[in-house]
Design a protein around this ligand. Structure first.
Ligand code: SF4
Ligand code: URA
Length: 177
């Protein structure tokens, strides 16, 4: 790991810049290949992630792994992070002040990874990274350009667990990669 990554992880590890820092069990920094071509960004840690300190390790994570496998990818070849690094209590949406407080960590991750493509998993990440007015049902699978980088959003794996009928659309989105 480069010195810059070590420094970023060290800086982030003790973060209490927003109230989520008070209620977390473990901070969930992110995992994967540190010079990945594709970065996936979720919303925030859930219960299992909070306990284990790793993103997407619960039921939604299993589905994400399956979807990556379907397009010939796996966790070791991409990077996976979240908009907020600490679990919102009861899995509520992260609030604007929490997202704003946490944004610098994600921006520093993006600056180090320099991914070619970013895929937002779900509405919260899409609103944070593509457009505050993003409409996931209408705009999933479309490419946008932000900071000279191609970025799209697809359905969050948790949404696909609740509504399996959306899975073919999500698969088509990921095939775009
Ligand atoms: Fe810090 Fe982000 Fe955790 Fe808030 S959610 S305490 S800003 S790391
Ligand atoms: N949902 C997310 O958005 N991120 C995770 O890490 C796990 C579930």
């Amino acid at each position: 790991m480069s010195e810059a990554w070590e420094e970023l992880k060290r800086d982030c590890a003790g973060c209490h810049a927003c109230p989520l820092g008070e209620t977390r069990t473990k901070l969930v920094f992110g995992v994967g290949c540190e010079d990945a071509e594709v970065l996936f960004v979720g919303e925030g840690p859930g219960e299992q992630e909070d306990l284990q300190g790793e993103p997407f390790v619960g039921a939604a994570g299993k589905l994400l792994d399956d979807m990556l496998a379907m397009i010939g990818l796996d966790r070791s070849r991409v990077y996976i992070a979240n908009v907020v690094k600490c679990r919102p209590p009861h899995n509520r949406d992260p609030q604007p002040n929490e997202q704003a407080a946490c944004r610098g960590w994600l921006d520093r991750q993006i600056a180090l990874i320099r991914p070619k493509l970013i895929v937002c998993l779900g509405r919260i990440a899409a609103m944070a990274l593509i457009d505050p007015g993003f409409r996931i049902t209408r705009e999933h699978g479309q490419w946008f350009e932000r900071d000279g980088r191609r970025i799209m959003a697809t359905y969050h794996p948790s949404a696909l667990l609740r509504d399996p009928g959306k899975r073919p659309e999500a698969f088509m989105d990921l095939r775009e990669l």
